[in-house]
Design a protein around this ligand. Structure first.
Ligand code: SF4
Ligand code: SF4
Length: 394
């Protein structure tokens, strides 16, 4: 078996596995090259699948892709049988973490059967919920179904901010209650926050809240102007400079190492992380920067994909460019050979300043925001202020 020694590159442990498995293998070794090899994911191993188990939801959040049509669309959700077939196909392709999302996944009456089936097939299951439906009984069912982690979305550090965004009075309190029910049963809990103009001043408060609640992780998502997000984009998208400031602030919080932190759908965080680490004179390793050392910016189509409630496969939930449909084509084939995914796996095809950028392999820019802005998902990320060195020289 390969080891973790520093001197000889042939001894670098490049065994695959979920990020959690690899992290636990190397966290005590602080080995920069191991984490770097995993981060590069040269073989484009599928590591994370977001599955929209249902389009149905009990809330009407103003940024949601599904706002206008959720009840109607839920009729097209995959059946239980189709869901099992999909899980079989996933397990044959890789052993990714499967995130059961929605809509609101707890809307599906068979969601626990699905979770149990996936666990039996060797997948690690996470559940992404708004938390408002989770009472004691439901919390127990979630735990018993074998889910490894639950993420609950909080889009404000106080009831007013969250409820306004979620368009439901009392949803903040209910989400916190749901969180506590699960936490009391020993579930590993994660707080997800979509950061936009209405709450960007609350980053520190959201972080403090996550600590106070005893969450294991806080993940921030920068708003992507897709679906209903388009309608609020003008009001809610942060200016690039403010975006840069927030990501730097998040970097400072992450360095406290009090909780796992992840900036999701903010690819240039991984450029900022490197710039800041360089200024601080430190090497990025799992020891110094946690799991952020083992992943990169945009993972759409390279380590991550999104499967819609109808079986369509997309690079992520915000990039509406279809790679295929699992009802018509084997999932493995789509993941390996779809032209959309093949293209996304070629950073050299990136356009504009992302194409010129020395950080493109660790960042790649948000392909969805590029698509929204230009219609070309390989175009440059429009919300990054960085000027690549090559361009500065020119
Ligand atoms: S395209 Fe954008 S929204 Fe999609 S995974 Fe990449 S960074 Fe996230
Ligand atoms: S220019 Fe593009 S690749 Fe470079 S840091 Fe900005 S978003 Fe990332």
């Amino acid at each position: 078996m390969k080891g973790f020694h520093n001197k000889d590159s042939s001894s670098i442990d490049t065994r695959e596995g979920t990020i959690k498995e690899v992290y636990s293998r190397i966290k005590d070794h602080g080995h920069a090259r191991v984490s770097h090899a995993y981060m590069k994911n040269v073989q484009n191993q599928l590591r994370l699948v977001f599955w929209e188990t249902t389009a149905g939801c009990n809330l009407e959040c103003i940024h949601c892709r599904r706002l206008d049509v959720s009840t109607q669309l839920a009729k097209d959700d995959m059946t239980t049988e189709e869901s099992y077939e999909f899980i079989d196909a996933l397990a044959e392709t890789a052993k990714p973490i499967l995130v059961l999302s929605g809509g609101e996944p707890l809307f599906r009456p068979d969601i626990f059967d699905i979770a149990k089936y996936a666990v039996k097939k060797g997948l690690t299951i996470a559940l992404a919920t708004n938390g408002t439906l989770v009472d004691e009984t439901l919390a127990k069912k979630i735990v018993d179904s074998g889910v490894s982690r639950v993420s609950i979305s909080l889009d404000g550090a106080d009831p007013e901010t969250h409820d306004n965004f979620r368009k439901l009075k009392g949803s903040f309190e209910r989400a916190i209650e749901g969180f506590n029910h699960l936490k009391n049963l020993g579930m590993s809990m994660q707080i997800n926050c979509t950061i936009a103009k209405h709450n960007s001043h609350q980053l520190q408060d959201l972080y403090n809240l996550a600590l106070k609640l005893g969450a294991e992780a806080i993940h921030i998502f920068m708003l992507v102007p897709v679906g209903c997000g388009v309608e609020i984009a003008d009001d809610q998208m942060l200016e690039p400079e403010r975006y840069e400031y927030i990501l730097n602030q998040f970097y400072d919080l992450s360095r406290e190492a009090k909780i796992q932190t992840k900036a999701t759908c903010s690819p240039h965080y991984f450029r900022i992380m490197r710039q800041r680490a360089k200024e601080e004179g430190i090497t990025i390793t799992p020891k110094t920067h946690g799991m952020a050392a083992m992943t990169k910016g945009c993972l759409a189509g390279t380590g991550v994909c999104f499967v819609s409630h109808k079986g369509e496969v997309f690079p992520c939930g915000y990039l509406p460019v279809t790679a295929g449909n699992i009802k018509k084509q084997p999932f493995k084939e789509i993941w390996k050979y779809s032209p959309v995914f093949m293209k996304l796996r070629e950073p050299d095809l990136l356009g504009g300043k992302c194409g010129e950028c020395e950080y493109k392999r660790v960042c790649e820019g948000c392909r969805a925001r590029a698509f929204y802005e230009t219609g070309d998902y390989m175009a440059e990320e429009p919300y990054c202020i960085y000027k690549p060195k090559m361009m500065s020289k020119a």
